[in-house]
Design a protein around this ligand. Structure first.
Ligand SMILES: Nc1ncnc2c1ncn2[C@@H]1O[C@H](COP(=O)(O)OP(=O)(O)O)[C@@H](O)[C@H]1O
Ligand SMILES: [Mg+2]
Length: 365
Protein backbone atom coordinates (compact mmCIF):
# COMPACT_ATOMS: atom_id res chain seq x y z
CA UNK A 1 0.00 0.00 0.00
CA UNK A 2 1.43 3.35 -0.92
CA UNK A 3 0.09 5.97 1.44
CA UNK A 4 2.09 8.76 -0.13
CA UNK A 5 0.04 8.69 -3.30
CA UNK A 6 -3.27 8.67 -1.48
CA UNK A 7 -2.67 11.45 0.98
CA UNK A 8 -2.97 15.06 -0.07
CA UNK A 9 -3.09 17.58 2.75
CA UNK A 10 -5.56 19.78 0.86
CA UNK A 11 -8.05 17.04 -0.04
CA UNK A 12 -10.42 15.46 2.54
CA UNK A 13 -8.66 12.32 3.71
CA UNK A 14 -11.54 9.93 3.13
CA UNK A 15 -8.97 7.19 2.60
CA UNK A 16 -7.86 7.43 6.23
CA UNK A 17 -7.08 3.75 6.95
CA UNK A 18 -9.34 1.91 9.37
CA UNK A 19 -7.93 0.40 12.58
CA UNK A 20 -5.95 -1.57 13.53
CA UNK A 21 -2.96 0.11 11.86
CA UNK A 22 -1.16 -1.70 9.11
CA UNK A 23 2.21 -1.27 10.74
CA UNK A 24 4.30 -2.88 13.45
CA UNK A 25 2.90 -1.30 16.58
CA UNK A 26 4.77 -3.68 18.88
CA UNK A 27 8.38 -2.88 18.10
CA UNK A 28 10.98 -3.52 20.76
CA UNK A 29 11.20 0.22 21.52
CA UNK A 30 7.46 0.51 21.89
CA UNK A 31 7.19 -2.51 24.15
CA UNK A 32 10.06 -1.25 26.31
CA UNK A 33 8.40 2.09 26.72
CA UNK A 34 5.06 0.43 27.46
CA UNK A 35 6.71 -1.33 30.39
CA UNK A 36 8.26 1.76 31.94
CA UNK A 37 5.20 3.94 31.34
CA UNK A 38 2.96 1.20 32.74
CA UNK A 39 5.14 0.99 35.82
CA UNK A 40 4.90 4.73 36.51
CA UNK A 41 1.18 4.68 35.98
CA UNK A 42 0.77 1.71 38.33
CA UNK A 43 2.71 3.57 41.00
CA UNK A 44 0.43 6.55 40.68
CA UNK A 45 -2.59 4.27 40.77
CA UNK A 46 -1.36 2.54 43.92
CA UNK A 47 -0.65 5.81 45.69
CA UNK A 48 -4.08 7.13 44.80
CA UNK A 49 -5.74 3.96 46.05
CA UNK A 50 -3.97 4.32 49.38
CA UNK A 51 -5.10 7.87 50.00
CA UNK A 52 -7.72 8.14 52.73
CA UNK A 53 -9.87 10.19 50.36
CA UNK A 54 -8.70 9.64 46.77
CA UNK A 55 -11.34 11.87 45.20
CA UNK A 56 -10.37 14.86 47.31
CA UNK A 57 -8.03 16.40 44.75
CA UNK A 58 -9.98 15.55 41.63
CA UNK A 59 -11.55 18.92 41.02
CA UNK A 60 -8.17 20.57 41.30
CA UNK A 61 -6.46 18.05 39.04
CA UNK A 62 -9.21 18.29 36.44
CA UNK A 63 -8.98 22.05 36.46
CA UNK A 64 -5.24 21.76 35.85
CA UNK A 65 -5.93 19.35 33.00
CA UNK A 66 -8.65 21.59 31.57
CA UNK A 67 -6.36 24.61 31.72
CA UNK A 68 -3.42 22.93 29.97
CA UNK A 69 -5.55 21.16 27.37
CA UNK A 70 -7.23 24.44 26.51
CA UNK A 71 -3.83 26.14 26.40
CA UNK A 72 -2.81 23.74 23.65
CA UNK A 73 -5.65 25.35 21.67
CA UNK A 74 -4.60 28.90 22.63
CA UNK A 75 -7.39 29.33 25.13
CA UNK A 76 -5.50 30.96 27.96
CA UNK A 77 -6.43 31.74 31.55
CA UNK A 78 -4.50 31.90 34.84
CA UNK A 79 -4.70 29.54 37.79
CA UNK A 80 -5.78 32.35 40.07
CA UNK A 81 -8.56 33.54 37.76
CA UNK A 82 -9.71 29.98 37.20
CA UNK A 83 -9.95 28.86 40.82
CA UNK A 84 -11.44 32.15 41.91
CA UNK A 85 -14.10 31.95 39.21
CA UNK A 86 -15.00 28.44 40.24
CA UNK A 87 -15.45 29.30 43.89
CA UNK A 88 -16.96 32.78 43.68
CA UNK A 89 -20.64 33.32 43.01
CA UNK A 90 -20.13 36.23 40.64
CA UNK A 91 -20.83 35.87 36.93
CA UNK A 92 -17.82 34.84 34.84
CA UNK A 93 -17.07 37.35 32.09
CA UNK A 94 -13.86 35.93 30.66
CA UNK A 95 -14.69 33.57 27.79
CA UNK A 96 -11.47 31.56 28.06
CA UNK A 97 -12.13 30.95 31.75
CA UNK A 98 -15.69 29.91 30.94
CA UNK A 99 -14.48 27.45 28.34
CA UNK A 100 -11.91 25.95 30.69
CA UNK A 101 -14.56 25.48 33.37
CA UNK A 102 -16.85 23.82 30.81
CA UNK A 103 -14.00 21.51 29.90
CA UNK A 104 -13.74 20.40 33.49
CA UNK A 105 -17.49 19.75 33.52
CA UNK A 106 -17.14 17.73 30.31
CA UNK A 107 -14.51 15.56 31.94
CA UNK A 108 -16.79 14.89 34.89
CA UNK A 109 -19.70 14.22 32.55
CA UNK A 110 -17.64 11.66 30.63
CA UNK A 111 -16.62 9.87 33.82
CA UNK A 112 -20.18 9.91 35.07
CA UNK A 113 -21.45 8.36 31.83
CA UNK A 114 -18.92 5.54 32.15
CA UNK A 115 -20.53 4.46 35.39
CA UNK A 116 -23.59 3.18 33.53
CA UNK A 117 -21.98 2.53 30.13
CA UNK A 118 -18.30 1.75 30.43
CA UNK A 119 -17.59 2.25 26.72
CA UNK A 120 -16.31 5.01 24.52
CA UNK A 121 -18.94 5.65 21.87
CA UNK A 122 -19.67 8.23 19.19
CA UNK A 123 -22.59 9.50 21.26
CA UNK A 124 -20.38 9.94 24.28
CA UNK A 125 -17.95 12.01 22.21
CA UNK A 126 -20.82 14.19 21.01
CA UNK A 127 -21.99 14.76 24.59
CA UNK A 128 -18.47 15.72 25.60
CA UNK A 129 -17.90 18.19 22.78
CA UNK A 130 -21.31 19.78 23.41
CA UNK A 131 -20.40 20.25 27.05
CA UNK A 132 -17.01 21.77 26.23
CA UNK A 133 -18.45 24.13 23.65
CA UNK A 134 -21.74 24.72 25.48
CA UNK A 135 -23.62 24.35 22.21
CA UNK A 136 -25.42 21.65 20.25
CA UNK A 137 -22.61 20.88 17.78
CA UNK A 138 -22.55 17.38 16.35
CA UNK A 139 -20.69 15.40 13.68
CA UNK A 140 -19.57 17.73 10.88
CA UNK A 141 -22.05 17.71 8.01
CA UNK A 142 -20.73 20.59 5.96
CA UNK A 143 -17.41 20.50 4.11
CA UNK A 144 -14.56 22.93 4.66
CA UNK A 145 -12.85 21.86 7.88
CA UNK A 146 -9.07 22.04 7.56
CA UNK A 147 -6.13 22.14 9.94
CA UNK A 148 -3.52 24.83 9.45
CA UNK A 149 -0.15 25.59 10.94
CA UNK A 150 0.53 28.94 12.66
CA UNK A 151 1.62 30.37 9.27
CA UNK A 152 -1.86 29.65 7.95
CA UNK A 153 -0.85 26.85 5.57
CA UNK A 154 -3.17 23.86 5.39
CA UNK A 155 -1.46 20.81 6.90
CA UNK A 156 -4.33 18.37 6.98
CA UNK A 157 -7.87 18.03 5.67
CA UNK A 158 -9.92 15.48 7.61
CA UNK A 159 -12.47 13.13 6.02
CA UNK A 160 -15.58 14.84 4.75
CA UNK A 161 -19.21 13.71 4.70
CA UNK A 162 -21.17 12.73 7.78
CA UNK A 163 -21.63 9.09 6.79
CA UNK A 164 -17.91 8.60 6.13
CA UNK A 165 -17.07 10.22 9.45
CA UNK A 166 -19.59 8.03 11.27
CA UNK A 167 -18.25 4.90 9.56
CA UNK A 168 -14.74 5.70 10.71
CA UNK A 169 -15.95 6.45 14.22
CA UNK A 170 -17.80 3.12 14.31
CA UNK A 171 -14.56 1.37 13.37
CA UNK A 172 -12.73 3.31 16.11
CA UNK A 173 -15.40 2.39 18.65
CA UNK A 174 -15.07 -1.26 17.74
CA UNK A 175 -11.30 -1.08 18.00
CA UNK A 176 -11.45 0.52 21.45
CA UNK A 177 -14.10 -1.70 22.93
CA UNK A 178 -13.46 -5.04 21.29
CA UNK A 179 -9.82 -5.49 20.36
CA UNK A 180 -8.16 -6.82 23.47
CA UNK A 181 -4.86 -8.22 22.26
CA UNK A 182 -3.02 -4.91 22.06
CA UNK A 183 -1.43 -3.48 25.20
CA UNK A 184 -3.81 -0.84 26.58
CA UNK A 185 -1.24 1.96 26.55
CA UNK A 186 -0.41 1.29 22.91
CA UNK A 187 -4.10 1.19 22.18
CA UNK A 188 -4.63 4.49 23.94
CA UNK A 189 -2.07 6.15 21.67
CA UNK A 190 -3.64 4.66 18.55
CA UNK A 191 -7.16 5.66 19.44
CA UNK A 192 -6.09 9.24 20.05
CA UNK A 193 -4.43 9.53 16.66
CA UNK A 194 -7.44 8.04 14.91
CA UNK A 195 -9.86 10.33 16.69
CA UNK A 196 -7.82 13.40 15.77
CA UNK A 197 -7.40 12.24 12.18
CA UNK A 198 -11.15 11.68 11.82
CA UNK A 199 -11.64 15.11 13.40
CA UNK A 200 -15.40 14.53 13.68
CA UNK A 201 -16.34 18.02 14.86
CA UNK A 202 -15.79 21.46 13.45
CA UNK A 203 -14.09 22.46 16.71
CA UNK A 204 -13.17 20.89 20.04
CA UNK A 205 -11.54 17.78 18.59
CA UNK A 206 -8.24 18.23 20.39
CA UNK A 207 -9.90 18.73 23.74
CA UNK A 208 -12.45 15.93 23.30
CA UNK A 209 -9.66 13.60 22.18
CA UNK A 210 -7.65 14.37 25.27
CA UNK A 211 -10.63 13.75 27.53
CA UNK A 212 -10.98 10.36 25.85
CA UNK A 213 -7.45 9.52 27.01
CA UNK A 214 -8.45 9.92 30.63
CA UNK A 215 -11.71 8.03 30.13
CA UNK A 216 -9.79 5.23 28.49
CA UNK A 217 -7.36 4.98 31.40
CA UNK A 218 -10.39 4.55 33.61
CA UNK A 219 -12.22 1.91 31.56
CA UNK A 220 -9.09 -0.07 30.86
CA UNK A 221 -8.59 -0.38 34.61
CA UNK A 222 -5.15 1.24 34.50
CA UNK A 223 -6.16 4.11 36.72
CA UNK A 224 -9.06 3.58 39.13
CA UNK A 225 -9.17 7.19 40.20
CA UNK A 226 -8.32 8.99 36.99
CA UNK A 227 -6.37 11.74 38.71
CA UNK A 228 -3.82 12.54 36.03
CA UNK A 229 -2.92 15.71 34.31
CA UNK A 230 -1.75 14.61 30.85
CA UNK A 231 -2.07 17.82 28.88
CA UNK A 232 0.74 19.38 30.87
CA UNK A 233 3.09 17.25 28.79
CA UNK A 234 1.37 17.96 25.48
CA UNK A 235 1.43 21.68 26.13
CA UNK A 236 5.15 21.58 26.87
CA UNK A 237 5.90 19.37 23.88
CA UNK A 238 3.35 20.79 21.51
CA UNK A 239 5.41 20.93 18.32
CA UNK A 240 6.44 17.34 18.68
CA UNK A 241 2.80 16.38 19.24
CA UNK A 242 1.82 17.94 15.92
CA UNK A 243 4.79 16.48 14.11
CA UNK A 244 4.11 12.99 15.42
CA UNK A 245 0.45 13.16 14.36
CA UNK A 246 1.49 14.28 10.90
CA UNK A 247 4.10 11.60 10.50
CA UNK A 248 1.53 8.90 11.17
CA UNK A 249 -0.66 10.30 8.40
CA UNK A 250 2.06 11.12 5.90
CA UNK A 251 4.54 8.30 6.51
CA UNK A 252 2.58 5.62 8.38
CA UNK A 253 5.24 6.25 11.03
CA UNK A 254 3.65 5.01 14.27
CA UNK A 255 6.62 4.27 16.46
CA UNK A 256 7.67 7.83 17.39
CA UNK A 257 4.07 8.82 17.95
CA UNK A 258 3.24 5.88 20.22
CA UNK A 259 6.43 6.42 22.20
CA UNK A 260 5.58 10.11 22.54
CA UNK A 261 2.19 9.25 24.00
CA UNK A 262 3.66 6.73 26.41
CA UNK A 263 6.30 9.21 27.46
CA UNK A 264 3.42 11.53 28.27
CA UNK A 265 1.96 8.83 30.53
CA UNK A 266 5.29 8.17 32.19
CA UNK A 267 6.23 11.78 32.78
CA UNK A 268 2.84 12.96 33.98
CA UNK A 269 2.47 9.94 36.26
CA UNK A 270 5.83 10.68 37.85
CA UNK A 271 5.07 14.36 38.20
CA UNK A 272 1.59 13.68 39.48
CA UNK A 273 2.99 11.36 42.10
CA UNK A 274 5.51 13.96 43.25
CA UNK A 275 2.84 16.62 43.42
CA UNK A 276 0.51 14.33 45.31
CA UNK A 277 3.22 13.64 47.87
CA UNK A 278 3.90 17.35 48.28
CA UNK A 279 0.22 18.07 48.80
CA UNK A 280 -0.30 15.29 51.34
CA UNK A 281 2.79 16.44 53.21
CA UNK A 282 1.60 20.06 53.22
CA UNK A 283 -1.75 18.82 54.48
CA UNK A 284 -0.15 16.94 57.35
CA UNK A 285 2.01 19.91 58.29
CA UNK A 286 -0.94 22.27 58.19
CA UNK A 287 -3.03 19.87 60.26
CA UNK A 288 -0.33 19.63 62.92
CA UNK A 289 0.14 23.38 63.11
CA UNK A 290 -3.56 24.09 63.33
CA UNK A 291 -3.92 21.46 66.05
CA UNK A 292 -1.19 23.22 68.00
CA UNK A 293 -2.18 26.84 67.44
CA UNK A 294 -5.95 26.58 67.06
CA UNK A 295 -7.03 23.33 68.67
CA UNK A 296 -10.69 24.33 68.73
CA UNK A 297 -10.75 25.14 65.05
CA UNK A 298 -9.06 21.92 63.98
CA UNK A 299 -10.95 19.01 62.49
CA UNK A 300 -10.04 16.49 59.82
CA UNK A 301 -12.91 17.69 57.64
CA UNK A 302 -11.76 21.27 57.86
CA UNK A 303 -8.26 20.37 56.67
CA UNK A 304 -9.76 18.53 53.72
CA UNK A 305 -11.76 21.57 52.71
CA UNK A 306 -8.62 23.70 52.80
CA UNK A 307 -6.91 21.35 50.36
CA UNK A 308 -9.80 20.47 48.08
CA UNK A 309 -9.34 23.66 46.04
CA UNK A 310 -6.92 26.55 46.51
CA UNK A 311 -9.78 28.88 47.43
CA UNK A 312 -12.46 28.29 50.00
CA UNK A 313 -15.29 30.27 51.56
CA UNK A 314 -17.69 30.18 54.47
CA UNK A 315 -20.45 28.40 52.59
CA UNK A 316 -18.18 25.45 51.73
CA UNK A 317 -17.53 24.93 55.43
CA UNK A 318 -21.20 25.21 56.32
CA UNK A 319 -21.99 22.64 53.60
CA UNK A 320 -19.57 20.23 55.22
CA UNK A 321 -21.14 20.76 58.65
CA UNK A 322 -18.13 22.46 60.16
CA UNK A 323 -20.45 24.94 61.86
CA UNK A 324 -22.93 27.71 61.15
CA UNK A 325 -21.99 30.78 59.09
CA UNK A 326 -20.94 32.74 62.17
CA UNK A 327 -18.79 29.95 63.60
CA UNK A 328 -17.01 29.19 60.33
CA UNK A 329 -16.54 32.94 59.80
CA UNK A 330 -14.66 33.05 63.08
CA UNK A 331 -12.66 29.96 62.15
CA UNK A 332 -11.62 31.49 58.83
CA UNK A 333 -10.64 34.73 60.54
CA UNK A 334 -8.53 32.85 63.07
CA UNK A 335 -6.93 30.82 60.28
CA UNK A 336 -6.04 34.01 58.46
CA UNK A 337 -4.66 35.68 61.59
CA UNK A 338 -2.40 32.71 62.09
CA UNK A 339 -1.13 32.78 58.51
CA UNK A 340 -2.86 29.66 57.20
CA UNK A 341 -5.05 31.52 54.69
CA UNK A 342 -5.18 34.85 52.95
CA UNK A 343 -8.53 36.51 52.35
CA UNK A 344 -9.55 38.41 49.28
CA UNK A 345 -12.74 40.23 48.49
CA UNK A 346 -14.32 39.06 45.22
CA UNK A 347 -17.54 40.91 44.47
CA UNK A 348 -19.51 40.80 47.69
CA UNK A 349 -17.84 37.65 48.92
CA UNK A 350 -14.68 36.93 50.82
CA UNK A 351 -12.59 34.07 49.47
CA UNK A 352 -9.73 32.48 51.35
CA UNK A 353 -6.62 31.35 49.55
CA UNK A 354 -4.42 28.47 50.65
CA UNK A 355 -1.08 29.81 49.47
CA UNK A 356 0.78 26.56 50.11
CA UNK A 357 -1.54 24.63 47.83
CA UNK A 358 -1.48 27.09 44.96
CA UNK A 359 2.32 27.19 45.11
CA UNK A 360 2.50 23.43 44.70
CA UNK A 361 0.08 23.57 41.79
CA UNK A 362 1.93 26.38 40.06
CA UNK A 363 5.26 24.59 40.26
CA UNK A 364 5.55 22.66 37.02
CA UNK A 365 9.00 21.09 37.23
N1 LIG B 1 -1.79 16.83 11.52
C1 LIG B 1 -2.78 16.54 12.33
N2 LIG B 1 -3.56 15.47 12.10
C2 LIG B 1 -4.58 15.17 12.92
N3 LIG B 1 -4.90 15.88 14.00
C3 LIG B 1 -4.17 16.94 14.30
C4 LIG B 1 -3.07 17.32 13.49
N4 LIG B 1 -2.54 18.42 14.04
C5 LIG B 1 -3.25 18.70 15.13
N5 LIG B 1 -4.25 17.82 15.32
C6 LIG B 1 -5.24 17.76 16.40
O1 LIG B 1 -6.22 18.76 16.20
C7 LIG B 1 -6.44 19.45 17.44
C8 LIG B 1 -7.04 20.82 17.17
O2 LIG B 1 -8.35 20.64 16.66
P1 LIG B 1 -9.60 21.50 17.16
O3 LIG B 1 -10.85 20.94 16.63
O4 LIG B 1 -9.34 22.95 16.92
O5 LIG B 1 -9.55 21.20 18.73
P2 LIG B 1 -9.91 22.24 19.89
O6 LIG B 1 -11.09 23.06 19.61
O7 LIG B 1 -9.98 21.43 21.10
O8 LIG B 1 -8.89 23.28 19.76
C9 LIG B 1 -5.07 19.43 18.08
O9 LIG B 1 -5.10 19.61 19.48
C10 LIG B 1 -4.60 18.04 17.74
O10 LIG B 1 -5.10 17.09 18.65
MG1 LIG C 1 -10.02 24.78 18.19
Amino acid sequence: MNLMTRFDKKIPYNELPLLPPKADIETKQILRKAISAGRSLAQLNGTLLNLPNPTLFLDTIYLQEAKASSEVENIITTNDELYKSLVADRKIENTATKEVLSYKEALWLGLEELKTKPFITTNLCIKIVQCIKQNSASIRNTPGTTLSNPQGEIIYTPPSGESIIREKLANLEKFINENTTIDPLIKMAILHYQFEAIHPFSDGNGRTGRILLILYLKISGLLNTPAIYLSEYIFKNKNKYYKCLRDVTEKNEWEDYIIYMMDMIEETSNKGLKRLRKITLAMEETANEIKKKLPRVYSKDLIEILFRLPYTKRQYMVDENIGNLKTVGNYLMALEENGFLKSEKVGKEKLYLNQKLIEILENTD
